[in-house]
Design a protein around this ligand. Structure first.
Ligand code: NAP
Ligand code: GDD
Length: 328
């Protein structure tokens, strides 16, 4: 039986990945942090919390990472933990750099010192590319447009450096946006689908949003965690773009979600609020996943329209049972 350690197991991707690895027969460990509120809700909803081994560790605390990596000696480490919300990275740039940038370096150092045989998957991001018109691949220029993007570039370059300098197996997945019913409520897709559910049930009148013109390459998280695992089944570490190859605007997502729900024209329900605009924005992100298709045999399964419907349907059922938080 192989052992895997997931940093960030409580997040969207961590929970999907844990479920996937359990289905493959892995002994799954995950790191989590002490908080004053419940944070295992995704693992509990997926009914896998009792099958995973949880260990305290924080990406800002080298000792905690050393301890867990030394103890578990995993065959595979998936470094998913991060301050992952781009909007907040403008308000908390130091924290974001510390967790999302330096935090990855701390994981690589802990593995180098205490478990050099472990293969590492590192979660890089399409946010590293910033603004430019072309379809992005593994060789596209990195020109980040947020403190989060800058931090991800630091971690990505560190991963490449450690791979080359110390012969470590570190593969980087350059993942484009991926969503699901387990997406955090602050990200725009889930913000929209959770609001649609509340509006439909007469529990909310309007939703406030920012830049509706921005376009993103939205895929399904369940498809994307499979690509992470595939990268670690290769003989050599490498970098891979994981995407769908098409982008849609926030306005298009709104249109599809409101029409599908039966509420009709989104314009009757949306306010534009300046506070959701970012100091610097990426207009459009589209990825070319042909390298992943050729080498890993990976391609996305779920289509964009299906993803919108899945998120609308799930949020409606959740809200009927009063299970969506009211924080956002
Ligand atoms: P997420 O839902 O925000 O999950 C982030 C995870 O990191 C959570 O488990 C969180 O723990 C943990 N974390 C945050 N700060 C930490 C710290 N200081 N120490 C230890 N753990 C910490 O993010 P996601 O969508 O699953 O994304 C997973 C990874 O992929 C992230 O690195 C993200 O930047 C990257 N990525 C995501 C996408 C996407 O579209 N989803 C695209 C490209 C790259 P708590 O539950 O305690 O907060
Ligand atoms: N969150 C949010 N809230 N975004 C809004 C809103 C709003 O009210 N209104 C418009 N947007 C726009 C944002 O300005 C952005 O252009 C787009 O919707 C998507 O925003 P998010 O869903 O917050 O995602 P993101 O693209 O900034 O970042 C996500 O994808 C990255 C990969 O490209 C995150 O998952 C990152 O962790 C990930 O690396």
């Amino acid at each position: 039986m192989k052992t895997a350690l997931i940093t960030g197991i409580t997040g969207q991707d961590g929970s999907y990945l844990a479920k996937f690895l359990l289905s493959k027969g892995y002994d799954v460990y995950g790191t989590y942090r002490r908080t004053s509120h419940r944070q295992l809700e995704r693992l509990v909803s997926m009914q896998i919390h009792k099958q995973t081994n949880l260990e305290y560790a924080d990406l800002t605390d080298q000792i905690s990472l050393n301890h867990v990596i030394k103890k578990v000696q995993p065959d595979e480490i998936y470094n998913l933990a991060a301050q992952s919300f781009v909007g907040v990275s403008f308000y908390e740039p130091f924290l974001t750099s510390n967790v999302t940038g330096l935090g990855a370096l701390r994981v690589f150092e802990a593995v180098r010192e205490f478990s050099p045989h472990s293969k590492i998957y590192h979660a890089s991001s399409s946010e590293m590319f910033g603004n430019s018109a072309e379809i992005k691949n593994e060789n596209s220029r990195l020109y980040p447009a947020s403190p989060y993007g800058v931090s991800k570039v630091y971690a990505h370059k560190s991963a490449q450096l450690y791979r080359k300098s110390y012969d470590m197996f570190i593969s980087c997945g350059i993942l484009f946006n991926h969503e699901s019913p387990f997406r955090g409520l602050e990200f725009v897709t889930r913000k929209i689908t959770s609001a649609v559910a509340k509006i439909k049930l007469n529990r909310q009148k309007k939703i406030s949003l920012g830049n509706l013109k921005a376009k993103r390459d939205w895929g399904f998280a369940g498809d994307y965690v499979k690509a992470m695992w595939m990268m670690l089944q290769q003989d050599e570490p490498d970098d891979f773009v994981i995407s769908t190859g098409e982008s849609h605007s926030v306005e298009d997502f709104l249109t599809k979600a409101f029409e599908y729900s039966g509420l009709g024209n989104w314009e009757n329900f949306v306010d534009i609020d300046k506070k959701y605009f970012r100091p610097s924005e990426i207009d459009d992100l589209v990825g070319d996943y042909s390298k992943a298709e050729k080498i890993l045999g990976w391609k996305p399964d779920m289509k964009y329209e299906e993803l919108v419907k899945l998120m609308v349907d799930t949020d409606f059922t959740l809200e009927q049972n009063n299970k969506i938080d009211d924080n956002f």
